[in-house]
Design a protein around this ligand. Structure first.
Ligand code: C5P
Length: 224
């Protein structure tokens, strides 16, 4: 049983989401996918027709999106005004637009506040939550009991993503997208992707999902 917060950060394709979900299940904890929240706001922005560079308009759409993010590790739904958008937010249009929307300071302020509310609620309800994203250990929950920063070399990450996305995407195309998003997420002014000073780094290049999960369970049990 997990007491407290496990913060899992790192770039895409490190196996973070699958491992975070399983870790939460194994520990009887809740699970928060913060990337899904940025993706859902991005979908709302795309549907609104707002210009991605119009910061005020993007922030207004985010505020009115009616976003709700579930925290059941077996079924963590993402909804906009009650509409389940879990499939649509994984599509290429959202993936292309999500980095600029997430770099909007007002969007981050809004979602970080909501994420903190969700974490506080989960802690009082079940005592533990695994939170996954880019800025969890640095910004959202800086006092998390365990912070892990997952890494993997870019080619390994592109292979994982290409497998997830299905046959249409070639590894090279995904590699270019992974590198573009890394560069954007790491260089933005607000909450850039970087490990917290007290995070444990876990390189998943040569690990499968079971290996990542085992390493995380060891860290959570204090054996890492
Ligand atoms: O984790 P996922 O790939 O779904 O995240 C999508 C995008 O959302 C990231 O590329 C990043 O731009 C943004 N994000 C963020 N902060 C978080 C989680 C995700 O900026 N905590």
């Amino acid at each position: 049983e997990l007491r407290g917060v496990v913060a899992l950060d790192g770039p895409s394709g490190t196996g973070k989401s699958s491992a975070a979900r399983r870790l939460a299940s194994a520990l009887g904890a809740r699970y928060l996918d913060t990337g899904a929240m940025y993706r859902a706001v991005t979908l709302a922005v795309l549907r609104s027709g707002a210009d991605l560079d119009d910061a005020d308009r993007v922030a207004a759409v985010a505020r009115d999106a009616g976003l709700a993010q579930g925290t059941d590790p077996a079924d963590s739904t993402t909804t906009l005004r009650g509409e389940d958008v879990g499939v649509e937010i994984r599509g290429p249009e959202v993936t292309r637009a999500v980095s600029p929307v997430s770099a909007n300071p007002a969007v981050r302020e809004l979602l970080v506040a909501e994420q903190r509310r969700i974490v506080a609620h989960a802690l009082s309800a079940v005592g533990g939550i695994v939170v996954e994203g880019r800025d969890i250990g640095t910004v959202v929950v800086p006092d998390a009991g365990l912070k892990v920063f997952l890494t993997a070399d870019a080619r390994a990450r592109a292979h994982r993503r290409a497998r997830q996305d299905g046959l249409e995407s070639t590894v090279d195309a995904v590699l270019a997208d992974v590198e573009r998003r890394d560069a954007y997420d790491s260089s933005r002014a607000v909450s850039p992707l970087r490990p917290a000073p007290d995070a444990v780094e876990l390189d998943t290049t040569d690990l499968d999902l079971a290996g990542v999960l085992a390493a995380l369970l060891d860290l959570a049990a204090g054996r890492g």
